[in-house]
Design a protein around this ligand. Structure first.
Ligand SMILES: Nc1ncnc2c1ncn2[C@@H]1O[C@H](COP(=O)(O)OP(=O)(O)OP(=O)(O)O)[C@@H](O)[C@H]1O
Length: 341
């Protein structure tokens, strides 16, 4: 649904050049919630602004719903007609809501409908539908100043849906909200994704947002995507940085020098099988469990366990193979010298 190819963006200001995007390839499938995560300055905002051409990329291409936006005419602030029409199909929500304080909630939602050219009664009807969708029907005549942060963001979302978009872009939509309100806004995005078949691309610096709402994610650093994929695939990828951040086992024990420490990740059915006792029985080894945790990620139960086996990596090649044959993801964290990988 959204594809970027070798996307670059170089900002030039006062004789200085800043490379915000250094060749980004992104592929967001239709109907998924896709999160881009990274620390401040990684290039996330630039990427999302390039997807709807609020920012014109320096090179590379952006295709949304089969239309190559980078091929359409228009400069940054003077978008051509085709580009304006394509943009209508891409809704956007912002961290600071961007509502007009002098207009009521209903009038804020009506604004894009006015621009599309709907008449007064059509606008009223559509705005009422949208406010109902986001659970704010009773606030239609209220002014933004009288709303809570979560309610303001609901108005922002209703407004973003005015053009019946297929794609919703979310620029840190929950960063200004408290944890409970964040959860309710993320649940709303998930509902809209499922009810309307909306593809959602969101950027965030919070791993919890990725964990609770996304099907897929990309990790950005220094203007590049350094890892990307479906969360369930990432969790099954050896030494995945995203998987480790999604599901950290940091406080668990690190075992003893000379032994082998494994991190075992299991998803869905595998979690029901008693693989630790099977391993102990089959190879007659003592297994020390250093820690274990279970979480729900992308709607699936995922477990992670850190175990210590006696002896070095070479002594444990066969038991490790046994675990992998059971469909378990096994990362070897420690070698015979005791160095943690
Ligand atoms: N309009 C601009 N002019 C010059 N440099 C810019 C501009 N916008 C962003 N940058 C620079 O581009 C780089 C990427 O910024 P960007 O805002 O895309 O990152 P980010 O990951 O969204 O970070 P944050 O979460 O802090 O917004 C940074 O070094 C930033 O200073």
């Amino acid at each position: 649904m959204i594809t970027t190819k070798d996307l670059t963006k170089v900002y030039r200001s006062r004789g200085r050049e800043v490379t915000a995007l250094a060749g980004v390839d992104l592929h967001v499938r239709e109907g998924e919630v896709y999160g881009v995560v990274g620390t401040s300055g990684a290039g996330k905002s630039t990427l999302i602004r390039c997807v709807n051409m609020l920012e014109r990329p320096s090179s590379g291409s952006v295709t949304v719903d089969g239309l190559e936006l980078t091929a359409l005419s228009g400069q940054e602030h003077r978008a051509g007609r085709e580009l304006r029409e394509a943009r209508r199909r891409i809704g956007m929500v912002f961290q600071h809501f961007n509502l007009l304080s002098s207009r009521t909630v209903q009038e804020n939602v009506e604004l894009p409908l006015e621009i599309i050219g709907l008449d007064r009664s059509q606008r009223r009807r559509k705005a009422a539908e949208l406010l109902d969708l986001v659970g704010l029907s009773d606030k239609a005549r209220t002014y933004p100043g009288q709303l809570s942060g979560g309610q303001k963001q609901r108005v922002g979302i209703a407004r973003a849906l005015a053009g019946d978009p297929k794609v919703l872009l979310s620029d840190e939509a929950t960063s200004a909200l408290d944890p409970e309100t964040t959860r309710s806004i993320l649940a709303l995005l998930r509902d809209l994704n499922q009810q309307l078949g909306l593809t959602v691309l969101l950027i965030t610096h919070e791993m919890d947002v990725i964990k609770s709402v996304c099907d897929s994610a990309a990790l950005m650093r220094g203007g590049k995507v350094i890892e990307a994929g479906a969360l369930t695939e990432l969790l099954a990828t050896e030494n995945s940085e995203l998987a480790r951040e999604l599901f950290p086992l940091g406080e668990f024990g690190h075992g003893h020098a000379g032994n082998t420490v494994l991190e075992i990740t299991f998803q869905g059915d595998t979690s029901a099988r008693p693989f630790v006792s099977q391993l102990a029985r089959t190879y007659q080894i003592d297994i020390n469990i250093l820690g274990a945790a279970v979480e729900t990620i992308a709607g699936r139960m995922v477990g992670r366990m850190r175990v210590e086996l006696p002896g070095g990596h070479q002594d444990n090649v066969v038991p490790i193979g046994f675990l992998r044959e059971q469909g378990l993801q096994v990362d070897v964290l420690k070698d015979t010298n005791g160095a943690v990988a």
